[in-house]
Write a protein that binds this ligand. Structure first.
Ligand code: FES
Ligand SMILES: [Fe+2]
Length: 444
């Protein structure tokens, strides 16, 4: 449970809020490179941390991210002309380059100093890992986070985006709370479970161990597996990143999310899946892109999105299964097949997280022992926000990109081995991924 004040402190991300200022110290994934394919092509609307922005690719191929409203009299630059190394407002022709400099002001008298003194809101962008990243903090940007998937060939990773209609923190908390997975994502007909899910279903109350790391919080969930313990270790990384242990049966890949605030009532869920030393298989890609038997996987598929609505920010990424249709809930499926009979996996998460309200009221909750990771992440966020607000001190993760070079793992360890010792060789991003599940002789 949080006080009303702390709930406000952690959930509000606009420009003048303490959490908004903390988030602006980090590079933020803004949009896919593929959404701005051509130089001088159409611009797109996005919104990050409550700021409406227009993204465009100029004549040189550089990406610009400008405040959406022209500084002259506020017309939307979405209607502008992307031409000659800049974006030109359609109303009176003022033109801005990717740095926000006004490079033409055709309706102003010659000799006026207005043009040279004007700077429009413009955030620096870089492209890496198929994403356009932006830094909204002003001043010199820190290094990009050194996630291992950013260095991999494109064939080794898959990324997707989805807009969720709720505050970023409850979306993030949904992935820190791993005890929900075998319940919410389980089945009631006993079919179709991989061995890792079965272990979770047989032991629904794992013991949690949580430690703070240089980059965030590491959460270990321990389940009994005969003579051994089965550990699933998740990572939370500042300010909104998660990494979850490998899944995927015979073709395990590592997954995670950035839970980027669009504004305080919408979250951009950027999901990544990757394998460090081989391409993602055709079978997995088909699942990510198309789902299976009409159901959505963790990634939003081409079937799960509404038709592109360019009038909205992130207009390609609004889900078809949403609050307006109860996420595709089918009562017969709910009764006889899945624990929650929505149109697949992310609609199960979306239904739960959005049904908490646009901004969850944490003054009313009753946390239990499996929420220990959530509690620790809130404490870390709170201390980071207040340190920046009260003494101008930014977390070390802002300046140390290598804290992001970690993995989530699942592993079987003898009961006498301390978990931190047992997982240590597998945590840094090198070598094969740790994907171990208890053998058939383990009882649980
Ligand atoms: S409103 Fe944009 S140039 Fe006038
Ligand atoms: Fe989930």
């Amino acid at each position: 449970m949080l006080s009303k004040d702390d709930n406000e402190l952690l959930t509000r991300t606009g420009p003048d809020t303490p959490m908004g200022k903390l988030m602006r110290r980090y590079w933020l994934p803004a949009i896919f490179s593929d959404d701005l394919r051509e130089a001088d092509g159409p611009q797109v609307r996005i919104r990050i941390l409550g700021e409406d922005l227009i993204a465009f690719r100029d004549s040189s191929g550089a990406v610009g991210l400008l405040g959406a409203h022209c500084p002259h009299r506020g017309v939307s630059l979405y209607f502008g002309r992307n031409e000659g190394y800049g974006l030109r407002c359609p109303y009176h022709g003022w033109k801005f380059d990717v740095t926000g400099r006004c490079v033409d002001m055709p309706n102003e008298v010659p000799g006026s100093r207005l043009q040279e003194n004007l700077r429009h809101t413009a955030y620096p962008c870089v492209e890496r890992g198929g994403l356009i990243w932006t830094y909204m903090g002003g001043g010199a940007p820190p290094p990009l986070p050194n996630f291992e998937w950013l260095d991999l060939p494109q064939t080794h990773r898959h990324l997707s985006m989805r807009v969720q209609e709720c505050n970023w923190l409850q979306a993030l908390e949904g992935e820190i709370d791993s005890s929900h997975a075998p319940i919410l994502h389980g089945r009631v007909d006993g079919r179709g479970h991989g061995p890792d899910t079965l272990i979770g279903m047989n032991d629904k109350h794992p013991r949690f161990e949580v430690i703070e790391t240089d980059g965030g919080v590491q959460i270990g969930a321990r389940r009994d597996a005969g003579d051994d313990y089965y550990w699933r270790v998740n990572q939370f990384l500042m300010p909104f990143w998660t990494i979850v242990p490998p899944g995927g049966g015979g073709e395990p890949d590592i997954n995670g999310h950035a839970w980027v605030p669009i504004d305080d009532e919408h979250t951009l869920c950027v999901m990544y899946s990757y394998h460090p030393d081989r391409a993602i298989s055709e079978r997995r890609l088909k699942l990510f892109n198309e789902g299976a038997r009409g159901r959505e996987p963790g990634h939003m598929t081409v079937n799960g999105a509404l038709p592109f609505d360019p009038t909205k920010p992130y207009g390609k990424y609004w889900p078809k299964w949403n609050r307006s249709n109860d996420y595709g809930l089918d009562w017969e499926v709910h009764r006889s097949r899945y624990f929650l009979g929505t149109a697949g996996l992310w609609p199960q998460d979306g239904a739960c997280q959005e049904s908490m309200g646009l901004v969850s009221n944490r003054t009313q909750e009753h946390l239990c022992s499996s929420d220990i990771g959530i509690g620790r992440v809130r404490r870390l966020l709170r201390s980071a926000v207040t340190a920046l607000r009260d003494s101008g001190e930014a977390p070390a993760s802002v300046h140390d990109p290598d804290v992001y070079r970690v993995r989530a793992i699942c592993i079987v360890l003898p009961k006498e081995v301390p978990w931190l010792e047992g997982i240590a060789p597998h945590l840094t991003a090198s070598g094969p991924i740790a994907y171990e599940i208890p053998g058939p002789n383990s009882s649980s």
